[in-house]
Design a protein. Structure first.
Lengths: 176, 353
């Protein structure tokens, strides 16, 4: 007997929701609005006829829906003075770029979160442009410790990201 | 490297957004929303069955009411039951009015091409059979009555007491337009090419295929559009150019005095209960409740003390109950003395509390 495995919603939501919000954020620059639209997409999917089976297909479905809702929302804002911006956001190119960008961000962020807690903190603070000295103070360790931990963390990140065969990401951390 | 800097900025932006979210909390909200939606679906299915059962039961009960009414006039008691004489009327293109009383002449109706199903209280018509002069143009529902109407495109309209709907027997042109006053629930037939527009005194409601309730009584300050399914745009303001869009389980409330629209999340059951067997009142003043009851039972209301108007109640009552049953409930709450005289409900403050 053949049974189709349905996508486990709660887990999927908790891992994908934030990326969908970041995707929507690119259209409005408003986090609350992006959050509402992202939630509405999930709501519509769960209360409509859609059968969520594969994670990839469902992500594509939600990205499409989110794009349409964000564009529709922009239209309602009557942004006549920003017509060129509206055209840019409404293009297929922008849609594809946005999906790629957010998927990449999600991957990197997920990898960072998988680092040991100390290393994770260091990387996140580095991205927020804290200096080594500031980070050392914040975490109550010496600057040398920070430097060492950083080096190791970036190496680890590079390894795991390269193993995902995403060379572009390699360059993000090349500086350190 | 230029690319490197851009990519890092993108990542920073992503992290900035992500760290502001609480996935667990928003999942909880989503779960609640979906569960609520499923409850409404289930309730509507149940209501449909309840309505069928109610129709079957109503017929013998109607006979009982006729005999009881005769009794009343001789005993001159102040029992007020829903008057059977108040029935909806159809106004035709040539101005003729047909009253849909229990004794309506179906032959007269058939000639016009209009069909009236007494059991479901539904008016419908076939556009190919209609003659120009006999085309239905308006349905008038007086106090104490209600009617259902099926338009030529398949749209179903459920009209409450003290309401009117004006409509073309045949929809032509880009938009399907109807005009109403009072209260009605619409189940609009899907047609994306021809948006459906409901015109009221101060707001226009535009849809493509959806289910919503409109409450727009001329004597009330607020016009409420409550959406059950689909999507609607509410146009208001000068030349009706301002617009607000609402989603299912939302209500757009327009204030004639304030001239603005308030969008709120609501429990749609409260606003669509009148379609079924009940009135549902949630945290409403006695005045608001009595207004609804007065329309439905076709009575007047007199308040001996004005403070009584503001007392707040929550209640669920049967629409087809005798009004005395409901008034008894109100009296039992302790502070109010209720009596009826000649179709007027008199509300007094009780002295012995």
């Amino acid at each position: 007997m053949h049974t189709t495995k349905k996508l486990e919603i709660e887990g999927f939501y908790k891992s994908f929701f934030q990326t969908l919000v970041a995707f929507c954020y690119k259209y409005s620059g408003d986090i609350s609005k992006a959050e509402n639209i992202a939630q509405d997409c999930f709501y519509k999917m769960l209360t409509g006829d859609y059968d969520a089976l594969s994670e990839e297909k469902t992500k594509a479905f939600l990205y499409k829906m989110a794009h349409n809702m964000c564009i529709s929302d922009l239209r309602h804002q009557k942004v006549v003075d920003n017509f060129s911006e509206y055209t840019r956001l409404n293009s297929d190119d922008f849609y594809e770029e946005n999906v790629e960008e957010q998927e990449r961000n999600a991957l990197v962020y997920k990898t960072i979160k998988q680092l040991p807690p100390q290393s994770e903190k260091i990387i996140l603070l580095t991205l927020k442009e804290y200096t080594n000295k500031e980070i050392a103070e914040k975490l109550d360790v010496s600057v040398n410790t920070i430097k060492t931990l950083k080096k190791n963390a970036f190496a680890k990140l590079r390894d795991s990201l390269v193993s995902y065969k995403d060379l572009i990401l390699f360059y993000i951390f090349k500086k350190s | 490297m230029e690319n490197y800097i851009k990519d890092q900025d993108k990542l920073k932006e992503y992290i900035n957004v992500v760290e502001r979210l609480d996935a667990d909390k928003s999942y909880g909200l989503l779960e609640a929303r979906v569960k609520k939606h499923k409850r409404i679906q289930l309730r509507r299915t149940v209501l449909r069955y309840a309505a069928i059962i109610a129709v079957v039961l109503a017929i013998p009960f109607a006979f009982y009411r006729i005999s009881l009414q005769k009794q009343i006039t001789t005993v001159s008691e102040n029992n007020v039951i829903k008057p059977l004489s108040n029935k909806a009327r159809i106004v035709l293109a040539d101005g003729k009015q047909i009253s849909l009383s229990a004794t309506v002449d179906t032959n007269v109706l058939n000639k016009t091409g209009i069909k009236y199903d007494k059991d479901s209280e539904t008016i419908s018509y076939k556009t190919d059979v209609l003659s120009r002069s006999s085309a239905p143009k308006r349905v008038i529902v007086p106090r104490g009555a209600e009617i259902n109407l099926k338009l030529s495109d398949g749209t179903k309209v459920y009209i409450n007491s003290d309401s009117e709907l004006e409509f073309p027997s045949r929809f032509t042109g880009r938009y399907r337009k109807v005009k109403m006053r009072g209260e009605a629930f619409f189940k609009v037939a899907k047609d994306k090419e021809h948006p459906f527009i409901v015109e009221t005194s101060h707001v226009d409601i535009r849809v493509t295929g959806t289910e919503f309730n409109v409450k727009a009584y001329s004597e009330e300050d607020k016009i409420q559009t409550t959406l059950v399914e689909g999507g609607v745009d509410v146009y208001y303001g000068f030349d009706k150019l301002d617009k607000v869009s609402i989603k299912p389980s939302q209500q757009a409330e327009y204030s004639k005095r304030g001239e603005g629209v308030d969008v709120k999340d609501v429990d749609v059951n409260i606003y669509t209960a009148w379609l079924g067997q009940k009135f549902i009142f949630k945290d409403q003043t006695l005045e608001e409740i009595m207004t609804v009851l007065a329309r439905w039972y076709d009575v007047e209301v007199f308040y001996q003390n004005n403070e009584l108007r503001d007392i707040v109640f929550s209640a669920e009552v049967g629409r087809y109950d005798n009004i005395n049953t409901i008034l008894d409930c109100i009296e039992k709450t302790g502070d109010i003395d209720v009596s009826i005289k000649n179709k007027t409900v008199i509300l007094r403050e009780k002295f012995n509390k």
